[in-house]
Design a protein around this ligand. Structure first.
Ligand code: SF4
Length: 348
């Protein structure tokens, strides 16, 4: 398996000033605050967490649509952080983004045919007849009549617009697609169809996905692995089945404890209601474990010491001191055989 996307020690910090984000004045918002993540070819990794946890910023940073403040981002082994605009543009042909709101991501004054041909032209992949042929082909692939090329975005339903936005993302045959809450602007009845489309495109074009979502019910159906984010950090990373069966981090447990409802807004409200306190500001994350002010299992060490991701089980890590205690209490296999006095190894 080859690595498609990789973040090492990644930080994206902004300054918040009057009138919005910039990098010159105001408190520093640590949207992404020290993340290591590796996504292998053919995987679907889901990134979940409450709104404001930094998951969308991380998704954009992996495509270098956000400038890292520290750390490294690689795509297919190429370090994106130091690339010139020209080299970055070439790499961008292989990685695309699908946004939450398809209407906002399509130019309202551009006909669908032009909107779909644009990425082919920008990346020097096709023009003229070849581009028209590629546009007709991708429209059929996403389930739309190629005759729609002369129409404008406002002439379509929300689900159809998202199909067009997805077609625009994949027409240049990227290898990696970051989908940022791609279902949350859609009616519940349309969501399943768009999920099927993502699955179909993945199989057809051998895509690798990062699926950013607050909706655990959705993630369960699409993800091979799930990364749970809290205040700029990944607090649990596990294979999807393991995470849903045996969540290791108290935050993941709280998220999963919410009774799923078909209404994402209500589900989010329930999740937040289960946790005491508010999501702290990413400008001033709590000392020690960032989750400690809301954690029902908080211990004295949690208030002072920041846990790294610790091995929990095969394919599962969690940033929680409870798992260090479990590791420390369990003798290693060598110790059980009386062959070693070595301390148990902690992944940190
Ligand atoms: Fe809770 Fe402590 Fe684990 Fe943080 S480290 S999640 S406060 S038990």
């Amino acid at each position: 398996m080859s690595t498609v996307s990789e973040a090492l020690g990644l930080k994206v910090h902004f300054r918040l000033s009057q009138g919005g984000w910039n990098r010159r004045s105001g408190p520093v918002i640590r949207a992404v605050d020290g993340i290591d993540l590796t996504i292998e070819a053919g995987e679907t990794v889901a990134l979940v967490g409450e709104s404001g946890c930094g998951k969308s910023t991380l998704g954009r940073a992996l495509l270098r649509l956000e400038e890292p403040s520290a750390g490294v981002v690689r795509f297919e082994g190429h370090d994106l952080t130091g690339l010139s605009p020209e080299l970055l543009r070439r790499q961008r042909a292989g990685m695309r983004m699908v946004f939450q709101d398809p209407y906002a991501s399509l130019n309202p004054r551009m006909r669908i045919g032009e909107a779909l041909a644009e990425p082919l032209r920008v990346h020097g992949l096709a023009t003229g007849r070849a581009a028209r042929h590629a546009v007709a082909e991708i429209l059929e692939v996403v389930g739309l009549d190629p005759a729609v090329v002369a129409r404008y975005p406002h002439e379509f339903s929300g689900g159809q617009r998202q199909r067009i936005a997805i077609a625009r993302a994949v027409i240049g045959r990227p290898r990696f697609v970051v989908a940022d809450e791609p279902l949350s602007a859609l009616d519940i009845s349309v969501q399943a169809q768009i999920l099927d489309l993502f699955a179909d495109l993945k199989a057809r074009f051998a895509l690798t996905y990062l699926f950013v979502s607050h909706d655990l019910a959705v993630v369960r159906h699409v993800a091979d692995r799930v990364a749970v984010m809290y205040l700029g950090r990944i607090v649990e990373l596990a294979e999807a089945e393991t995470l849903f069966m045996r969540p290791a981090h108290p935050y993941t447990q709280a998220l999963l404890g919410a009774v799923p409802t078909p209404d994402p807004a209500r589900e989010r409200a329930r999740v937040v209601a289960r946790l005491p306190g508010e999501l702290p500001s990413p400008a001033a994350p709590p000392a020690g474990c960032r989750f400690h002010p809301r954690c029902p299992l908080v211990m004295p060490v949690c208030r002072t010491d920041d846990p790294a991701l610790l091995h929990v089980d095969a394919g599962q890590t969690a940033a929680c001191w409870l798992h260090r205690r479990a590791e420390a209490a369990a003798p290693s296999s060598l110790e059980r055989l009386g062959l070693s006095h070595a301390h148990p190894h902690h992944q940190s």
